[in-house]
Write a protein that binds this ligand. Sequence first.
Ligand SMILES: *[C@@H]1O[C@H](CO)[C@@H](O)[C@H](O)[C@H]1NC(C)=O
Ligand SMILES: *[C@@H]1O[C@H](CO)[C@@H](O)[C@H](O)[C@H]1NC(C)=O
Ligand SMILES: *[C@@H]1O[C@H](CO)[C@@H](O)[C@H](O)[C@H]1NC(C)=O
Ligand SMILES: *[C@@H]1O[C@H](CO)[C@@H](O)[C@H](O)[C@H]1NC(C)=O
Ligand SMILES: *[C@@H]1O[C@H](CO)[C@@H](O)[C@H](O)[C@H]1NC(C)=O
Ligand SMILES: *[C@@H]1O[C@H](CO)[C@@H](O)[C@H](O)[C@H]1NC(C)=O
Length: 306
Amino acid sequence: MAVYLVAVLLLLTPCQPVPLDFPPLSNSSLTFEELSNTTEQYSTQPPGTIRRTPQTIIVGVRKGGTRALLEMLDIHPNIVVAATEVHFFDWDENYVKGIEWYRSLMPFSFENQITIEKTPGYFTSPLAPERIHSMNSSIKLLLILRDPTERVISDYTQVYYNRLENHKPVQPFEGIVIKNGALNTKYKAIQRSLYDIHMERWLKHFSLNQIHIVDGNTLIKTPLAELQKVERFLNLPPRIVSSNFYFNQTKGFYCIRSDGRERCLHESKGRPHPVVNETVLEQLYSYFREHNQRFYTMVNQTFDWH
Ligand SMILES: *[C@@H]1O[C@H](CO)[C@@H](O)[C@H](O)[C@H]1NC(C)=O
Ligand SMILES: *[C@@H]1O[C@H](CO)[C@@H](O)[C@H](O)[C@H]1NC(C)=O
Ligand SMILES: *[C@@H]1O[C@H](CO)[C@@H](O)[C@H](O)[C@H]1NC(C)=O
Ligand SMILES: *[C@@H]1O[C@H](CO)[C@@H](O)[C@H](O)[C@H]1NC(C)=O
Ligand SMILES: *[C@@H]1O[C@H](CO)[C@@H](O)[C@H](O)[C@H]1NC(C)=O
Ligand SMILES: *[C@@H]1O[C@H](CO)[C@@H](O)[C@H](O)[C@H]1NC(C)=O
């Protein structure tokens, strides 16, 4: 399968409390969209293929490693992936365009292939679970999560750089997260990290065994083991192997090797996270602790989050 670009960014060592981002980055000067354009998504239809609505969706979470997961799954010959985040189920202006519009954005696939779309915004969208359920009630969902505090910092970092690029004023992390000495729990990035609240909505429409949760922190450390679990969940033959990954010592993260090509992240885009005040970090850890426990019970799975 044409795999577009990139790998996982593991710009952290185990002792660092806060990892860097793993954004979509390329081994060339082309942007992700430009690269995607050269792939099957826009090319002519290979004989024997059609566009299908996805049998699997990566529903989130934003800054959880959804791009890395998608790129890695694309190694598998029985998987084809949509090149862009479609935002069909979470944006009303797209949803009204109908399922045929959605299908037209999917890549061509053979009958034995699974189509995967990823839009991280689905996980926190109030309407997405019900809408996805009405498309295919037996669909398989993938959810990649990471430590909720790390996710907040990563979310902040992305917005921070976007604002810088657009010449908008920026605030230090602590200035947004702390208001009048207390944690600003209304901050959207904090709300998005309340995994129990969001998961509850999904479990109203889907059974737990339809949802496979990938630990984003583990995926970047040991990609193969995590991907093998996904292969089993999707009932796919094991095709992703250790030689599809190689650790680049200099960069400090795994790169992908498949279809005779090697793809790594472009360093210039590795965005360092701010060093966050310890007291504020502790406040965040303790705020999320109860929510995390509730989430572990809900999904019958634990994670080594703070
Ligand atoms: C992709 O290709 C189409 C047709 O060649 C072109 O119209 C479109 O502008 C391209 N998109 C990007 C992001 O380059
Ligand atoms: C619904 O999803 C399941 C699980 O991925 C898949 O086997 C089935 O073919 C899908 N149905 C349709 C109509 O796409
Ligand atoms: C590893 O990363 C370094 C630094 O970015 C780069 O110069 C080198 O080509 C990479 N090696 C491989 C095998 O990807
Ligand atoms: C980047 O792409 C070039 C040309 O396609 C290739 O020769 C090189 O090995 C790639 N580097 C990495 C680190 O993947
Ligand atoms: C961290 O923030 C607290 C108040 O929230 C402040 O008392 C403390 O001095 C700060 N620590 C550092 C190292 O700036
Ligand atoms: C919870 O997980 C354990 C081990 O993964 C499994 O044996 C058990 O059946 C699960 N319970 C439920 C209610 O899914």
